[in-house]
Ligand binder design. Sequence first.
Ligand code: SF4
Length: 294
Amino acid sequence: MELVPAKAILARPKDDSWFGNDYNMNLYRGCCHGCIYCDSRSECYGVEDFDRVRLKKNALGILESELGKKRKKGVVGVGAMSDTYNPFEKEAEATRGALELLERYGFGVALDTKSSLVLRDIDLIQKISRKSCANIKVTITTADDSLAKVIEPYAPVSSERFRTVRELGRAGIFTGVLFTPMLPYITDTEENVKEMVRLAHENGARFIFPMFGVTLRQNQRDYYYEKLDEYFPGLSRKYGNVFRGNYFCGSPQAKKLRSLFQSECRKYGLIFRMQDIIAAYKKLPPEPRQLSLF
Ligand code: SF4
C-alpha cells in the first residue's frame, strides 16, 4: 500500500461539540467507499485523488509519541475524513495498532465507520471502554440496500451495517447509528425515517443521530451533481433551483421529518440529542435538576 509522509496524526478540533471529541485522528488519506455525497472530497481539505487510499508513513510511531506527550487524556475521534476500516486495513492493521496505543495510554475513542471490519477489533474496543470510554457510530443513511448501493457504492450495504451495530452491541460496546446525511429528494422520506429508527432499535443501537440535509461545496458539489445526473436524472437541476449553491442543503421536509423522527425515537426509547449521547457513552452523571418546592 502506498505510504504518504505525515508530520502529525492527532489534531485538536475547534471544540468538543461533535460527540465530545478531544482530538481527531486520521491514519489514512482518501477513502474508497465512493459515497456520492462525501464531504471529504472538498478541495478545502486538499486530498488529491480522494478515492485512492494511502497510509500515513510511520503513523503509529508518530501517534505513540503524541499520546505520550499529551497532558490531557481524552476521547480521540476516528474516521472523520476517511473510513479507517477501508479494505486495506484488513492487512495493514494500522487502526488496530492505533487502538492498542489508545488503550495503553488511557485514551477513549469515538469512531465512525460503515464497515463490518470494526468487528475484528471488538476485544480492543472493550478494553478501551473499560479503562476510559468508547462510542462506535455506524453510518447508515438509508434502510434500502439497493439505494445504498447507488449512493455508497463500495461500502457494505445497509443491512450489513445494521448487523454490525447488533454485533457490537451484543459485545457490550456503546454503539449507535449516524443517520447523516439525509439527501433531499432521495432519502428524506417518512418511510425511510421510520424504517431507520425501527431498524436501529431492533439491532440494539443505543442512539441514532440525524442530520436533515446534506452539505455541498466546491468540487464535492460537482461530483455529487455528476452522480445525480447518472442515477437521478433531472435532480441536479432541481438542487440548483432550490438550494442555489448553498453550503447546507436542508430537506424541504425537514420540519415534518424531524418531528416524526423524534416521536419514533421516543416510542422506542432511543436517544438522539448530542448532549444525551455524549453523557451516555462518557458515563457522565445525570445533569442536576432544579429542586422544586412543590
Ligand atoms: S465512507 Fe465516509 S469518508 Fe469514505 S467516501 Fe463515504 S462518506 Fe467519504
